[in-house]
Design a protein around this ligand. Structure first.
Ligand code: BGC
Length: 271
């Protein structure tokens, strides 16, 4: 079935960071399904990135692979240059790359702290700064979108829900929430639209060990009122919607895609 016009992204170009697997890969595909050309960033997994590329191009749009680490300022600038050289000015950026390095606080090394903050928060800052600079330089293209640019962050339910043994990760996502909102407040008047998705437990490599551990999935399901683990596609569709004019009046908002995880389900009939 054809998508309504407001959901289409034809003639627009997108960059997705961390697009070699999981939510980044699904978002790249969802953006391509809606008609956008997609620049696929990856850091180390060339095979995964190639898979994303072949699934994107199979949809009849253009794709390109761009290696780079979002925690590196030089890499991020080079990534935008490469995407722009291929496709022209970007209309959509999904700042997705993220990681976890869990541990009890007393054992958390500074390296483990920095590893997570430098990708999840500093990487988001570097990506956002570059996206805003480029959206600004491009300006409005009313023939393709009502906004001069759409920037979407991949946050987490843990921008709201504290997470023991993962203080670095929760701190990065809590920081990302106010990064997103502050930037949105700063540039919305330029018709640059900034939002975030906040996924809950989605079946990706990041939580594979937890899900596969003895009783792990059942424990997770207790925290999900809707009764299923999410799929990367659940989040990919939300990203494509936030990138489209169908959400044109949605500014500085976090869209929770979590099967109700952020509703504190343990309080049902309790507390
Ligand atoms: C984490 C996952 C976790 C989910 C729900 C995500 O942000 O990366 O490991 O399963 O939150 O707790």
């Amino acid at each position: 079935m054809a998508l309504p016009d407001t959901l289409r992204l034809d003639g627009q170009t997108a960059l997705v960071t961390g697009a070699s697997s999981g939510i980044g890969q699904a978002a790249a595909i969802a953006l391509a399904e809606a008609g956008a050309d997609v620049a696929i960033n990856y850091r180390s997994s060339l095979d995964g990135a190639r898979e994303t590329l072949s699934r994107v191009t199979a949809l009849g749009v253009r794709g390109t692979l761009i290696q780079g680490d979002v925690a590196s300022q030089d890499d991020v600038i080079a990534m935008f240059d490469a995407a722009q050289a291929q496709f022209g000015p970007l209309d959509i950026v999904f700042s997705n790359a993220g990681r976890q390095k869990d541990g009890p606080i007393a054992d958390m090394s500074l390296d483990d702290w920095n590893a997570v903050i430098s990708v999840n928060l500093t990487g988001a800052f570097l990506t956002a700064r570059e996206a805003i600079r480029r959206f600004r330089a491009k300006g409005l293209r009313p023939e393709v979108s009502r906004a001069a640019g759409k920037l979407i962050f991949n946050s987490s339910v843990h921008q709201r829900i504290p997470w023991a043994f993962r203080a670095n990760y929760a701190a990065s996502k809590g920081g990302l929430k106010l990064l997103m909102e502050s930037l949105s407040q700063e540039v919305a008047q330029e018709r640059i639209r900034i939002n975030a998705v906040a996924p809950g437990a989605i079946a990706t490599a990041i939580n594979e060990a937890e899900r596969d551990s003895d009783g792990g999935e059942a424990e997770m399901l207790k925290l999900i009122p809707y009764g299923r683990i999410g799929t990367p596609e659940d989040v990919g569709r939300a990203v494509a919607w936030l990138a489209s004019d169908a959400s044109d009046y949605v500014v500085g908002t976090t869209l929770f895609v979590d099967g109700g995880m952020s509703l504190y389900p343990e309080f049902r009939g309790n507390g």
